[in-house]
Design a protein around this ligand. Structure first.
Ligand code: AMP
Length: 187
């Protein structure tokens, strides 16, 4: 089963991805994590993206599209992909469709975790203490939320016509969100 988790930063995509990875014995593709690793390892990509990432801006489609490609074509991961934080633009969504089709796969579910801004601010402030992420200060959080909403609206429109698109109230407790996801995937 291939699943896309969609929603603003702090919506719980990471938490639900980790749950699904265990449950479905699958693999999480978190572009945020892949990008943070590039920075940590001080790679050429890392050097290119560090300022934008710390500023809450999106990294270019070209860079993220390149990063995810090897996961999609990895035979071990075939039909066991959980996308967390990708796609975030229509161009990324189209790229994903193309790669999924080319690798003879399909997307089984697109879950949109819809969360209010004030709930997200509280969650990210807690996460900042737990994970010490350099892009988790309040200013950056607000920038990331606004940027997310602005850029992903067209992506939402793109996916909402899909019968596998499911909107879930992400303001609820983690377990309740998990229960709703479970009910949809029904395995
Ligand atoms: P996340 O861990 O998903 O909240 O992502 C953290 C940051 O990584 C974002 O604020 C962006 O700067 C960058 N990022 C992650 N995924 C993408 C993506 N699909 N497209 C562009 N930028 C991304």
């Amino acid at each position: 089963m291939n699943i896309i988790l969609f929603g603003p930063p702090g919506a719980g995509k990471g938490t639900q991805s980790k749950y699904l990875v265990k449950k479905l014995n699958s693999f999480q593709i978190s572009t945020g994590e892949l990008l943070r690793n590039e920075i940590k390892n001080n790679t050429d990509i890392g050097k290119k993206i560090i300022n934008d990432m710390n500023d809450g801006k999106f990294v270019s489609d070209e860079i993220v599209n390149d990063l995810i490609q090897e996961y999609i074509f990895d035979p071990i991961k075939k039909n066991r992909l959980i996308f967390d934080g990708y796609p975030r633009s229509v161009s990324q969504a189209k790229n994903l469709n193309k790669l999924i089709e080319r690798s003879n796969q399909k997307i089984d579910f697109i879950f949109f975790l819809n969360v209010k801004k004030d709930v997200i601010i509280k969650r990210i402030e807690n996460r900042k203490v737990l994970e010490n992420r350099s892009d988790d200060n309040l200013n950056t959080i607000l920038k990331r939320y606004d940027k997310y909403m602005e850029t992903t609206k067209p992506v939402l429109e793109f996916y909402s016509k899909n019968p596998n698109f499911k909107e879930i109230d992400g303001n609820q407790e983690i377990d309740e969100i998990t229960r709703k996801i479970d009910a949809f995937i029904n395995v």
